[in-house]
Design a protein around this ligand. Structure first.
Ligand SMILES: *[C@@H]1O[C@H](CO)[C@@H](O)[C@H](O)[C@H]1NC(C)=O
Ligand SMILES: *[C@@H]1O[C@H](CO)[C@@H](O)[C@H](O)[C@H]1NC(C)=O
Ligand SMILES: *[C@@H]1O[C@H](CO)[C@@H](O)[C@H](O)[C@H]1NC(C)=O
Length: 230
């Protein structure tokens, strides 16, 4: 008589391994909230994975409202762009909601330099102008597109990407994230403007250039860039 294959130990162990490998929804982005809201108490002296909630009895409509993205950012800086962030730090009502949004203004020719968000997938919506948006995969494949008003582009989680104004005038985009605090590792600032500095011999060997080139690049970033160090 044929042995029932579904009863073999190997089959059962394989099924168990498959089950353990299935992605759990709560591991895909920020954790799910355990209550309707948890407006961050940014002044609390303890913090958890996120922020403590301010008492619900103290919460008002204003806690769910943020006016910071209505104003154009000042793009007079070396990159010709300005990021205004509505994340949990500026907008505490986002705490535990797994969501945030940035406004990015561009001067003519402005660039939001290559950076990555370790904790979020990003969706970019162009409001006005013409914007080149590109990202590079971990396998060094480059994907990009020039977008105009109303068009969107998705940046897969954690990948290095940039936006550049390629139109004849100013440009404006909004970028949304599935994290209350996506984090931003800005590649040029990470490498050339950290505190303390990465030793020059690491950078000269990495980029196959001399100290003069590394020092020249470092000197461009001595001016504090405000929100770029977010
Ligand atoms: C509640 O709000 C009031 C008025 O803003 C403030 O004085 C008080 O400290 C708050 N209470 C708590 C527990 O946060
Ligand atoms: C962005 O714009 C704001 C508001 O005008 C300004 O305070 C800030 O310094 C600007 N950031 C940069 C990096 O230029
Ligand atoms: C924008 O920033 C530049 C450089 O910091 C400054 O000179 C200029 O006054 C600012 N413009 C506005 C409208 O605040």
């Amino acid at each position: 008589m044929m042995k029932n294959p579904s009863a073999s130990p190997f089959y059962m162990i394989s099924c168990l391994v498959m089950l353990l490998l299935l992605p759990l929804p709560s591991l895909l982005a920020d954790p799910d909230p355990l209550q309707d809201f948890c407006v961050a108490d940014l002044s609390a002296s303890t913090s958890v994975n996120g922020f403590l909630c301010k008492p619900a009895s103290n919460v008002s409509s204003d806690d769910f409202f943020f006016d910071g993205l209505s104003k154009e950012g000042n793009t007079t800086n070396i990159f010709g762009s300005n990021v205004t962030a509505a994340n949990v730090l500026s907008f505490p009502g986002l705490n535990t909601q797994g969501s945030s949004i940035n406004r990015v203004d561009f001067a003519i020719g402005g660039v939001n330099p290559p950076h990555s968000h370790p904790r979020a997938t990003e969706t970019d919506l162009v409001i006005s102008g013409q914007v080149l948006i590109g990202f590079v995969t971990t396998g060094n494949v480059y994907f990009s597109k020039v977008l105009t008003a109303g068009q969107i582009f998705v940046i897969p989680r954690g990948l290095v990407h940039f936006q550049k104004n390629v139109g004849p005038g100013k440009a404006l985009i909004f970028t949304t994230f599935n994290s209350q605090l996506p984090g931003a590792a800005v590649v040029p600032l990470n490498l050339f403007a950290s505190t303390p500095s990465i030793p020059n011999d690491v950078l000269t060997k990495t980029f196959q250039v001399g100290d003069d080139v590394v020092n020249s690049i470092k000197s461009k970033f001595v001016v504090k860039l405000g929100p770029y160090s977010r």
